[in-house]
Each structure stands twice: as structure tokens, then as C-alpha cells.
Design a protein around this ligand. Structure first.
Ligand code: SAM
Length: 231
């Protein structure tokens, strides 16, 4: 079956690659998570950390520079090419693969941690479920997941063409903020859905980070769940 999601990300990263338009900095929330949990490790090179949807490689580069054993998957070959280039520019290394995250090419219990930033929510309900099962499988007991998922409390929720109950196609949609305009697949998470997906993990910590644009009487909130799970 044609994967419109992968095709769109290929299109986006093909243009980014041509322009040399790298995302230079990792999300602050990921830096805080990594610092809090792994900076004190006596041997950082023994700590294996996987990033799902690594894009042009800013998080992988940060992880490698901090001395961790970094791995990344992305289903766009252009994104992976950019990740390799960004790692090279920064004179560090990580193991990267072109791979859809519904099937992870790693052994059970392999990683100490898995992180993602704005990637998992670019998928349907069904694929997200498969990804979370895979993430649980590749994490070692006690291993942690940190992700940033867009919330159903956002202004954009319910706009676009419905794909499934919480997933929308924004290919032909124009919104006030424009955050997801053009995305073929965007999934909005409720608190209950995350708790359900976290069912196989031993603990789940959730924080909701909402920013609101106010113009006159119009309010446009955009919410992200900061999801911390422990196997
Ligand atoms: C919004 S970008 C974020 C990129 C990166 N995490 C960052 O913060 O710069 C979303 C990324 O997730 C990747 N992605 C989306 N769904 C994926 C899937 N099912 N498997 C692998 N990668 C995926 C896309 O190709 C894209 O690189």
C-alpha cells in the first residue's frame, strides 16, 4: 500500500537537504530528560539511547556529543542522509537506519532509553500502538521512554479530514496557527489514550505543556503531552 506519510516526509526532507536546512538544536524537554536521568552515569558510552523519527539529526548529535551510544531510525531516507551529514559536520557518530518505527530492527531489552520529539504523533492510531509495543520490547527492564505528543486540547484538534477517531489529514487544511498544515497524518492524544498505551509499562508520568495565542477575542491553545514511561 502507498505510504503517503513516508512520501510526504521524503518530500519535506528532500527540500531541506537541498537547502541544507538542518534543525540545529534538540528540544529542551529532551535535554532535561537526558540530563536528569543519564548525566550521572559513570560510563556514558555504555548507555544506549534510541531516537524514533530522528529527522535531520539534531537530537542524535546532541546525544553523541554528550558521550552516549546513540541510535536513530527514520522512515525517510532523506532525513537519514541529513542525520549522517549533521553528525559528520559535528564530528561525532551514531548508528542510523531507514526504518518505519512500527518494526524496530533491534533485539529485545537492548536500550537504556528511547526518546522522540514530534514524530510518533505523525502516525495513525493503529501504527502508534505498534510503535509503543516495539518501544517497550527494545527497552531493557527499568529502561525509560520520553516523548512529546500533541494533545487533543489543541485548537487544531478535529480540523482536517478524519482518518480515524483521533487522526486527521491536514494536507489541504489551513489553520490559525499553521502548525500542522500540509501534514498528511497528525494524531491528537487524549490523556486516557496515553494511559492505555502505557499499560504495559510499569510507570507513566504525564505533564501537559500548553501555550495559547490570544488575538482579540480569539484564543488558540496548542498542547503537548510530555510522556515519561518506565519499563
Ligand atoms: C516533525 S519531524 C521531527 C524530526 C525530529 N524529531 C526533530 O525534532 O527535528 C517528524 C519526523 O518523524 C519521522 N517519522 C514519522 N513517522 C515515522 C515512522 N512511522 N517511522 C519512522 N519515522 C517516522 C519523519 O520522517 C520525520 O523525520
Amino acid at each position: 500500500m502507498k505510504n503517503v506519510n513516508k512520501e510526504k516526509w521524503d518530500e519535506i526532507y528532500k527540500i531541506k537537504k537541498q537547502k541544507g536546512s538542518f534543525n540545529k538544536y534538540p528540544t529542551e524537554h529532551i535535554v532535561v530528560f537526558i540530563a536528569k536521568n543519564y548525566y550521572k552515569a559513570s560510563d556514558r558510552s555504555a548507555i544506549k539511547i534510541l531516537e524514533i523519527g530522528c529527522g535531520s539529526g539534531c537530537t542524535l548529535t546532541y546525544l553523541a556529543k554528550e558521550g552516549f551510544d546513540a541510535y536513530g531510525v527514520d522512515h525517510s531516507e532523506y532525513a537519514i542522509e541529513m542525520s549522517k551529514e549533521f553528525l559528520l559536520i559535528n564530528q561525532c557518530s551514531a548508528q542510523v537506519s531507514v526504518q518505519c518505527a512500527t518494526v524496530l530492527p533491534y533485539a529485545d531489552n537492548f536500550f537504556h532509553a528511547c526518546v522522540e520529539s514530534n514524530s510518533i504523533h505523525c502516525n495513525t492510531t493503529e501504527d502508534i500502538r505498534l510503535m509503543m509495543i516495539e518501544i517497550h520490547r527494545v527497552l531493557r527492564p527499568g529502561g525509560k521512554f520520553f516523548g512529546i505528543f500533541v494533545s487533543d486540547r489543541s485548537d487544531e484538534f478535529g480540523k482536517g479530514r478524519m482518518i480515524d477517531v483521533s487522526t486527521f489529514d491536514f494536507s489541504n487544511t489551513t489553520t490559525f496557527r499553521g502548525q500542522f498544515d500540509g501534514f498528511p497524518v497528525i494524531h491528537f492524544f487524549s490523556r486516557d489514550e496515553i494511559l492505555d498505551l502505557a499499560g504495559c509499562f510499569s510507570s507513566c508520568k504525564l505533564e501537559l505543556d500548553i501555550t495559547t495565542i490570544e488575538t482579540g477575542s480569539h484564543r488558540s491553545p496548542l498542547g503537548y503531552w510530555l510522556v515519561e514511561l518506565r519499563k
